[in-house]
Design a protein around this ligand. Structure first.
Ligand SMILES: N[C@@H](CCC(=O)N[C@@H](CS)C(=O)NCC(=O)O)C(=O)O
Length: 210
């Protein structure tokens, strides 16, 4: 297996952290997004949707979409479990990971992609070009702030996003916090003490350097 990815890509980081948590090592093939390598014919042959990451299996199968990549890795390297263990915890992890992705990660991405001059005409990553809608930016930023407030409330009740155990929901949430802080200038507000407590404990895991 090998992973086509970019160090500048938060979606790639979700996979790198997951690999590190499971102590899986595989070649990481860099795709230079700054040099627009995702649009090259060579990369289009691997992933015609023109995004990273892509996991390529030994038989040549290319798997895109972060949750699909993580599902495959969990199946072939089950331990430690990051997608839940029992029917109940699997559903809880899926539920909280989806909330982190849709309400946090996607909102931060929307705020950045509709504002950054270098992404004109590329407001949505993928096979089609879309113009930026600057009027979306403030709403996206509000959605990130609401994500922070909602996850602060959640983390006031449980140690990890999906409950008692560290899971992929924590990975998506922490990548969201780091991306929103650095790329959107939206750090966690001081008053969210439960979110801060969670961030301080999870961010010290060695995998987070990935
Ligand atoms: N739905 C895709 C999204 C992947 C994605 O948006 N990747 C970004 C980097 S974080 C990308 O490749 N951007 C290239 C571009 O903007 O042209 C997934 O889950 O893998």
């Amino acid at each position: 297996m090998k992973l086509y990815q970019s160090n500048a890509s938060p979606n790639s980081r979700r996979v790198r952290i997951f690999l590190a948590e499971k102590s899986i090592s595989m070649p990481l093939v860099p795709v230079d997004l700054g040099a627009k390598e995702q649009f090259s014919d060579a990369y289009a042959a691997i992933n015609p949707r023109r995004v990273v990451p892509t996991l390529v299996l030994d038989d040549g199968t290319a798997i895109g979409e972060v949750p699909a990549i993580l599902r495959y890795l969990e199946e072939v390297h089950p331990e430690p479990r990051l997608l839940g263990v029992t029917p109940r915890t699997k559903a809880e992890v899926a539920m909280w990971e989806r909330r982190a992705e849709m309400e946090g990660f996607a909102s931060a991405m929307e705020a950045v992609r509709n504002a950054v001059p270098g992404l004109r005409n590329r407001a949505i990553a993928g096979p089609h070009d879309y113009e930026q809608i600057p009027a979306l930016v403030e709403r996206s930023r509000l959605r990130v702030r609401n994500f922070y407030a909602d996850f602060d409330a959640r983390l006031g009740e449980v140690p990890f996003v999906a409950g008692d155990q560290f899971s992929v929901a924590d990975i998506t949430a922490i990548v969201t916090v780091d991306f929103a802080t650095k790329a959107a200038g939206l750090p966690m507000p001081e008053q969210h003490v439960a979110l801060k407590r969670w961030y301080d404990s999870v961010s010290t895991r060695p995998s987070m350097a990935a």
